[in-house]
Design a protein around this ligand. Sequence first.
Ligand code: ADP
Ligand code: MG
Length: 566
Amino acid sequence: TGKEEVHEFKTETKRLLSIVANSLSLFGKRSIAHHTELNHNICEIDIYSSSELVSNAADALEKLRHHQMMEQGLDSGKPLEIHISVDQSKKQFIIQDYGIGMTEEEINDNLGTIARSGSKAFLEKLDKDGSGSKENIIGQFGVGFYSTFMVGEKIKVYTRSAKPGSKGYCWTTDGQGSYSLAEADNVTVGTKIVIELRDDCKQFSSKIEVDSIIKKYSNFVGFPIYLNGGKVNTVEPLWTKEKNSVTTDQHKEFYRFIAGAWDEPQYTLHYKTDAPITISSILYVPERHMEIIGQRQEPGVSLYSRKVLIQPKSKGLLPDWLRFVKGVVDSEDIPLNVSRELLQDNILSRLRTVMTSRVIKWLESEAKRDTKRYNDFFLDFGQFIKEGVCTDAMYKKDIAKLLRFETSATKDNEMVSLKEYADRKKEDQKRIYYLLTPKRKFAEESPYFEAFKKNGIEVLYLYDTVDEFVVNHLREFQGLDLVAADSAEAADDPLLSLNTNDTASGEQLSETDAKELARYIQETLGFNVVKQVDVSRRLVNYPAVVLEHESPAMRRMMQMMQGSAK
Ligand code: ADP
Ligand code: MG
């Protein structure tokens, strides 16, 4: 073994280390609610530290794999694996990877200085904001390797670079200002980190707890993770794979795993992009949704960064109306984060913007690909789409493209989109007409419908009580106002007036006689009953219709109340 050299940490590193080492009290060892039911005492710092370490190990393996693909001769003879071992009696946590390892220079550069941009940003932010909210800031940026010092009082790193001819080294520190570096014998290619745990972090050497953390938070790391010899993670991170290499069966299995479901996804989206933000994602629409009235479903998409779980079933990643979507979104632009509620809002909202439009486009393209299947989807999931139109002001117009309605021009159970309606409307038609009706038959026999039928103007049939809220929220589509066919507003439409030959056979009243008749009706019924009586050219078989300003739903409610009062 060569001689040992002692190096001072850089000033900024010292500063970071002292903050991190004291962050234990700042984080306050908050335990995670969903683990308490298992009687585990897992803390956010445990999750945080292990996530950072596992992610570094996975990065190192990824780099080695990459190099192996590019050059020959980098075969370390070891499998691409991560081995963790914990020993409660020794208060030890050891993580070893057979990855790329580090040369002497790399050790000094990576572990002696703050290489990580997140850590730099952390210190800068701290200078700006003062020391009031350190734990918030650590949570936002992530301090990477230095998070080891949250749980450990003595850290040893054994490492040997995979580059041919590299020597092994041992790097040791208690985090108090300096570290020592020495050549070491019998070091395997890759990196082994030995953490002597602080007294108050003993739980981090419990096999049960570490097992549970790894299973929950690193299950999709793309390399096998062993804990005291037994393999812990089971599922491959499918989203990082090439789209075409993932089979339907793999998707099915993965979907079932993440959704905790037994059905099959009816739609699958495997989506990757580099701009405006790096995303690898897989999303599914289940066969059926499980929401029952009065019981809102939890969101179903989890947020990852570099295969490490950041937010399980993230609330902010997709808007609420998309809670029926299951899946995983992985973005390298998200810092590994200790605490979910601290996740930087602007990154999350950028992700949400990109993902929301992508999901809408996805559903649109599924609709184009197979109309019938999409209509079946809509019959079951339409309520979410409708909720989206009513609650998501930003995407209302786009979501509206996903709506489907039966109309006077479709058959039973056949539906069209608003766009189809708009594309085939009459040339000078300025509105989209709808009729709230419990049944097609009622609509077709309705006096309000006569003029539309005669003039060949398509009318949407809204069967669902929430549909009225939907059209009221939407108000217009592609510049066409949505107007109720039985409203007074509709009666103004010149397109709806009929030729004299269209109207019922028999003698026509002269205009003066008709006006006289209207006046007579008005006087006879009185102003309490009708506000105004007009001569209309829009009726064929019916002598008169009631037009009014309040909503048809309101009218129905009044009728119901009057009915029950009898
Ligand atoms: P980041 O992972 O964001 O780069 P970290 O603080 O987690 O920041 O790690 C700093 C650097 O230390 C890494 O970029 C890497 O070069 C090196 N490093 C850390 N852990 C390992 C490891 N297990 N194997 C090889 N290099 C490592
Ligand atoms: Mg890292």
